[in-house]
Design a protein around this ligand. Structure first.
Ligand SMILES: C[S@@+](CC[C@H](N)C(=O)[O-])C[C@H]1O[C@@H](n2cnc3c(N)ncnc32)[C@H](O)[C@@H]1O
Length: 177
């Protein structure tokens, strides 16, 4: 069969399969009154993030407790968080390391007291830290001098993070599960 004909067959098949699906309008999926960036979803404005209430509804409808949900394009991990809230297990994958980091942060349960304690300690250390010289192409175009100084202090602090908070029970902040 010629290449052109092959494509013709494929196209007509696709058209037939598409007609099986009917577009419906369901107003109950309109969550525009609830900000998609609420709570844990506000830590990063990841592009094309799911509205967590849509995911929550779909998980309630189509999954059972203890199911393993796999999202191979998890982005910022909305499915992961909702899945864990729903008592399920989650496996996520994304090509973008930033997406993996955001998801890890979102799905890691933290103890509020330990978190506050660590934050106060970090704040104290931050005030004592001196800025260091940082440079890259066009740095002054992107950042004001005082922002560069503050960020360089944070960078210095974060590299020492584990030592600084070691007395505050690492197991709470970096739980294995
Ligand atoms: C629309 S975003 C998903 C957003 C996600 N549903 C959320 O709520 O945050 C699509 C994701 O697919 C990822 N992606 C694109 N191509 C990929 C590939 N080949 N393998 C894995 N992930 C990929 C992108 O990095 C992006 O994070």
């Amino acid at each position: 069969m010629k290449q052109k004909e092959l494509f013709k067959i494929k196209d007509s098949k696709i058209k037939k399969e598409k007609s099986v699906f009917k577009r419906i309008r369901d107003e109950s999926f309109d969550f525009s009154e609830v900000p998609a960036s609420k709570g844990v979803y506000g830590i990063h404005p990841y592009p094309a993030m799911f509205h967590f209430l849509v995911v929550r509804r779909l998980l309630n409808l189509y999954s059972k407790e203890k199911d393993v949900i796999w999202d191979p394009f998890m982005g910022s991990g909305v499915v992961g968080v909702e899945c864990l809230i729903n008592g399920g297990n989650f496996i996520g994958y994304d090509i973008n390391p930033l997406a993996v980091l955001i998801t890890k942060v979102r799905i890691t349960p933290l103890n509020q007291k330990s978190l506050l304690k660590s934050f106060l300690k970090l704040e104290k250390e931050f005030k004592k830290t001196k800025p260091e010289k940082v440079n890259f192409f066009n740095i002054n175009y992107w950042f004001k001098k005082e922002v560069i100084d503050e960020l360089s202090k944070l960078k210095k602090l974060f590299t020492r993070l584990k030592t600084i908070i070691s007395e505050i029970s690492l197991s709470y902040l970096f739980p294995k599960q």
